[in-house]
Design a protein around this ligand. Sequence first.
Ligand code: 5GP
Length: 253
Amino acid sequence: MARRKKIYEGKAKIMYEGPEPGTLVQYFKDDATAFNAEKRAKVEGKGVLNNRLSEFFMKGLTQIGVPNHFIKRLNMREQLVRSVEIIPLEVVVRNFAAGSLSARLGMAEGTPLPRPIVEFCLKDDALGDPLVSEEHICAFGWATQQDLDDMISLALRVNDFMSGLMLAVGIKLVDFKIEIGRIWENDFQRLIVADEISPDSCRLWDIETGQKLDKDVFRRDLGNLTDAYTEVARRLGVLPSNVTHAPRPTLIN
Ligand code: 5GP
């Protein structure tokens, strides 16, 4: 097989040059990292599940008119996506207190927030992705005020979509992170959802039991990560319903 040009390798994914200009191939690895990659492991099957789950969420977003980079899934671990210029910010939406918000403000995990809260963190591993204000973002030119308005609007639409989807299968969307990219169409530019949406970048709790079904299982040593992601995929109908443990997930179309 011809070797492909690797554009970028991150902690959980590799981006290769795509078959046509303006496209990339996004490859999902099995690597799990936490605490700025201080904790790392290979979790068999994670990449396959995240490829399929991200496809499912992005296709749903397309169906409700939320622009995103997904074009099509190519195989078990790869999807074809539009090439974007990633805005160097992580956009976090929170519905309930957890994680760094709970630590920062001393708020018990699970406390409902008065409304969805959107936060921005600078994408900078060396600095540990610090929280930044809109003032910082505009002053340092990471994005314009118009970009910020568009990013907040996209993030809240993703939140409404994902919250409803999860609620329907008995899961509470506590919070999530997305990344947003810039594309040009003729002389116009617009912002679209990029990267991935998967249990790696969301907090997902079972509504009845509070059981965690996301990357906190790995971060906090709460059990088998593949089992947790498989459960999310199974409930959403992405995997057959009779799968209870799937070290090698079986995909259905
Ligand atoms: P927190 O700020 O509480 O650590 O994270 C908030 C939400 O954003 C969580 O759902 C978490 O999984 C997600 N998140 C924050 N930073 C990252 C990151 O660097 N990578 C991934 N995959 N998710 C992140």
